[in-house]
Design a protein around this ligand. Sequence first.
Ligand code: NAD
Length: 345
Amino acid sequence: MEFDDVMIEGYEQVVRAHDPASGLVAFVAVHSTVLGPALGGARFYPFVDEDAALTDVLRLARGMTYKSAVAGNALGGGKSVAIVDPDRKTHGLLHAFGRLVDHLEGRYVTAPDVGTNTDDMQVVHEVTPYVGGLPVEDGGSGDPSPLTAVGVHQAMRATALHRFGSDDLAGRSVVVVGVGKVGHALVEDLIGAGAHVTVADVDGEALARLEQLFGVKIAAPDVAHTITCDVYAPCALGGVLSPSTIPELGCQVVVGAANNQLATPECARLLSQRGILYVPDYLANAGGVINIAEETGGYDPHRARRRVETIYDRTLDVLRTADDEGLDPVAAAEAIAERRLAAAR
Ligand code: NAD
């Protein structure tokens, strides 16, 4: 197994790993350990090339620093990506990935993300202790997705209060794009709250399950963002809010689970110019990382849920700070995170 340090300004440590035996090619990026060990999920995805994988891991790791800072966790920010088709994961590949995590000696703690799950984390845990989000029966906090969905739902309620004057989502129209682990749980919560839900996904089976369970409407993934609605909830991959999609948006607010929803940082301004309220992704989707942070000192699911529900107040704080300081919500959340990081430094 070969490890190469990649020097990237603004990052504490970036490592590329290549394991010829299993075929693993992966990167770990540690953006910051100022508030604690850098926690962030492992994304297994068939990236087109190493540049694409590196770009993604850097964006995601930085996002984790801000997410934990805004969420009030004693954790830093990091992330890992492996260039692999998730359907072709092997034990050997997961063990090699675990050795990469172990190589960072606890500065980076991994967890499930797109393309990985708690079963994979158990296999990774066979070769390194630095794993969060293990199954509950193994002393972990389990799959974080349901609580990530709870956090998105709370962020949505707070945003509805700020935008529409009531946090009641009954009768509100919500378009959820990506109904995997988080999106599915979010749709369940939204249906329970009385929202009118439309879903889109590239996976026909995931859609059929929801249609059968709740009779939700289905839209094509490439046009779902254009649907006239109150809330657009991106819950698939990143980069969906871009200079080409923002003019086409049919929603009033964007609150979703996907990481790195903005294709470029200036998209936050484009959204504000269109009068669309955007809740920073790392705030809306902090439920997962708050849940894993709760593993320290013995996991209690009730306490974890209560802490995730604080995303409601944290969202209101960001939206009010944005109004008070004349910032867009992304800049407001960053300012709140920067203040916490500066205080810790
Ligand atoms: P997942 O892999 O379970 O689900 C993703 C879903 O998106 C799948 O159903 C997939 O078919 C669909 N999808 C992929 N490409 C699509 C496209 N172009 N259009 C429409 N649908 C598409 O992943 P997840 O765990 O539900 O995570 C979803 C997003 O939330 C990711 O961006 C992830 O990083 C983020 N997130 C997840 C968690 C968590 O707890 N799982 C926590 C924080 C953030």
